[in-house]
Design a protein around this ligand. Structure first.
Ligand code: ADP
Ligand code: MG
Length: 684
């Protein structure tokens, strides 16, 4: 049994379970073993009733102290049971579990585990799990894995499948050289995979995690290194000259470039006109004005008779770029003949676009990554720009070269990465930094509030709309269900409509809508036919509607700070004073403290570093950061130390054996090649 074996071949996994796993994109044994737990449940020693605190999950060992009392409320059967130990009393409440009446006999001792709540002087545990002391003892102090599940699939079933997979799976022979394992203190792979799913203790869990994070970073950096060797010193086959087009365009723009933009534009021009092919990253906080630099580089490309491509991570963003560029063409008559290439187009439309690309009739191709890379045959592709979130894949330069192309490459990113890490993670690129915002910006005003502030927030929104501005409201999910207490886009939009004056036009947007509908809504919002847009995080990156001045985020506690900073970046993009309202449904001190960081600063670098201080190195279950480096397990910030070790290991490997000829290097290379065919580096 290897990583490609379908999970249906596991004992105990039938068609029904297979289908449930499929919903989670788990199809093979490899997928299953790589679906690491999202957390672990620890069964702690039972506590005395007198000592437990409301709001906490805990276990108590106590006797049923009265006869269970059953009530019917509409369709609900409610069973109340009192329990007690020598230190106090507690009420248990069960819903629709009438059979427990017979199980829980007065005087019987059990372990009950659940969350304790207080109602006045009464303390209640709802729906606790029930164990005999003996059963509970067996599990005490174990780390029981909890997985990302789907409806119908339980942790128990998940664990069973993983156990089975672990017993049947044949692990590959160790691929790291012995010395490397020693130098970096790496656990053996098999032990690591076993312990990440079923950790014997916290220490072994940490060791397991380190090995797996190291693996992720190492294989990524290895490919990056090969990519760099490949692209370094690649001859510039599209040498360009600066023409009047870009100069005139800049003169016509309603604003001057900032000092930082000017510096980066100079670096780009030097690259395009130089002897070597460009491999450049532009790093700049949200709103720093990266798009205009891409447009300038693409214009220079078009003016020199070559084609340029602009790739965006989402269709919505691609559409927006297309409209921006068309706007420029119309207004300033610049030399673009742009086409848009997105998934929601019909096959016929796409075919026409591909023809225009092949004939050279189109000199600027804007679209989503997948489409631009897949089938397009270019006449003379001179420059590829990728915007936001997706870095240019470590393999893509090679695959373009195989097609006989080696265009200049420009990558734009808003992820605030400290310089030391950027050098590692973008080791194959030259880095340009935009370190200032346009001068006309007013700093965004922020507030962090609880849900009782909503009526006030709605009044504020209504006022902004009456002044001609627009508003975003972000909710964490699409429809009711998945997780109860979270706000969802569809219902929220309805609620908001009735809370706001009737003339205010409210609409919603989420990732599960048809792309064409998404595009239409975004266009309407851009054209100001919608005042308030309720949305999931699909608008997180890149969206630019400078007239929008309020960003309200519901359940802000559910998002990572970097993500919230990105969301906030959707406002404050024009001359108007903008506002950000973070609504937290949780008033835990830690949560509030974390959100206060956003309140204090609008600087992405500062936020990333403060967030790191709160989470601490090796933080395993902090809210994951979104962004371009979404490794499965590793977090570039909190695992920065492991990242440095992996980078060091790659350096040493290439130092001692630059051509990777030694048997140990060959083995490692084979392993990484095999793996990278399978491994999904997500956006990387
Ligand atoms: P990001 O860096 O987040 O991609 P954009 O490129 O979308 O930011 O720019 C945000 C807004 O700022 C756009 O409306 C853009 O036209 C405007 N902008 C860009 N450069 C300047 C500048 N130098 N002065 C004023 N506004 C600018
Ligand atoms: Mg942008």
């Amino acid at each position: 049994m290897n990583q490609d074996t379908p999970i249906i071949e596991l004992k105990g996994v039938g068609e029904k379970t297979r289908r449930l796993f499929e919903k989670l994109n788990i199809e093979t044994v490899g997928d299953l073993l790589k679906s690491y737990p999202k957390d672990y449940e620890v069964f702690e020693e039972p506590e005395k009733i007198g000592r437990i605190r409301p709001g906490e999950v805990c276990a108590v060992y106590a006797a049923v102290s009265g006869i269970p009392n059953e009530k019917k409320v509409r369709k609900l059967t409610i069973l109340n049971v009192n329990i007690a130990d020598e230190t106090g009393k507690l009420q248990l409440t069960f819903f629709n579990m009438p059979f427990l009446k017979k199980v829980l006999r007065q005087g019987g001792f059990y372990v009950f585990r659940g969350t304790v709540q207080s109602r006045g002087s009464l303390r209640i545990m709802e729906q606790p799990r029930i164990f005999s002391l003996e059963d509970y003892r067996k599990q005490t102090n174990c780390l029981n894995p909890k997985y990302s599940l789907t409806k119908g699939l339980t942790d128990k079933a998940f664990r069973k499948a993983v156990k089975q997979a672990l017993s049947d799976y044949i692990f590959e022979e160790e691929y790291y050289p012995e010395e490397m394992l020693k130098t970096y203190g790496l656990e053996d792979e098999r032990r690591a995979v076993e312990a990440i799913h079923f950790p014997p203790d916290v220490k072994q869990l940490a060791r397991a995690r380190k090995r797996l994070v190291f693996d992720e970073f190492f294989s990524f950096l290895f490919l990056l290194r090969e990519n760099r060797r490949f692209s370094e010193g690649l001859e510039n086959r599209y040498q360009m000259f600066e023409t009047a087009d870009t100069v005139r365009f800049l003169e016509q723009l309603p604003f001057p470039l900032t000092r930082a933009q000017k510096k980066v534009w100079q670096e780009i021009r030097d690259d395009l006109g130089g002897n070597y092919c460009m491999n450049r990253l532009i790093q700049g906080d949200v709103g720093s004005g990266k798009t205009i630099l891409a447009v300038l580089a693409l214009l220079m490309t078009a003016a020199n008779g070559y084609q340029g491509a602009l790739m965006a991570p989402t269709e919505v963003l691609a559409m927006q770029h297309y409209e921006t560029v068309c706007g420029y063409v119309e207004k300033y008559g610049i030399a673009f003949r742009p086409v848009l290439l997105v998934g929601s187009m019909t096959a016929k439309e796409k075919k026409e676009i591909y023809e225009k690309i092949a004939s050279g009739e189109a000199n600027l191709i804007i679209g989503t990554h997948a489409l631009i890379q897949a089938k397009a045959e270019y006449k003379a592709l001179g420059l590829v720009v990728t915007d936001e979130q997706h870095r240019f894949g470590v393999r893509q330069r090679e695959s373009l070269a195989e097609k006989g192309e080696s265009p200049h490459i420009l990558v734009m990113s808003a992820t605030p990465i400290p310089r030391t890490l950027a050098i590692i993670l973008y080791g194959d690129l030259h880095i340009s930094v935009i370190d200032e915002l346009p001068a006309n910006r007013l700093p965004i005003k922020n507030c962090v509030v609880n849900t009782s502030y909503r009526p006030k927030a709605y009044q504020f929104i209504a006022r902004q709309v009456s002044e001609g501005r627009q508003v975003y409201v972000i909710c964490p999910q699409v429809e009711e269900g998945e997780m109860e207490d979270l706000e969802n886009v569809v219902d929220y939009a309805e609620k908001l409509k009735s809370a706001l004056p009737p003339q205010i036009r409210v609409s919603y947007l989420h990732g599960r809508m048809r792309p064409a509908d998404k595009n239409r809504i975004m266009e309407e919002f851009g054209a100001h036919s919608i005042d308030v847009l309720v949305s999931t995080t699909v608008i997180e990156v890149g969206i630019n509607v400078p007239n929008a001045t309020v960003m309200m985020v519901e359940n802000a506690e559910r998002f990572g700070l970097a993500q919230l900073h990105q969301l906030r970046g959707r406002v404050g993009r024009g001359e108007y004073q903008s506002y950000c309202i973070f609504v937290s449904a949780q008033e835990k001190e830690e949560t509030m403290e974390r959100l206060q960081i956003l309140n204090k600063s609008n600087d992405g670098f500062y936020i990333a570093s403060e967030d790191l201080k709160l989470r601490g190195p090796g933080d395993m279950f902090g809210i994951r950061q979104s962004g371009e480096f979404s490794f499965r397990m590793g977090d570039i910030y909190t695992d920065a130390a492991v990242l440095k070790e992996a980078s060091d290991a790659v350096d040493r490997l290439f130092q001692t054996d630059p051509e990777l000829e030694l048997p140990a290097s060959q083995k490692l290379k084979r392993h990484l090649r095999d793996m990278s065919a399978n491994v999904d580096f997500r956006s990387i």
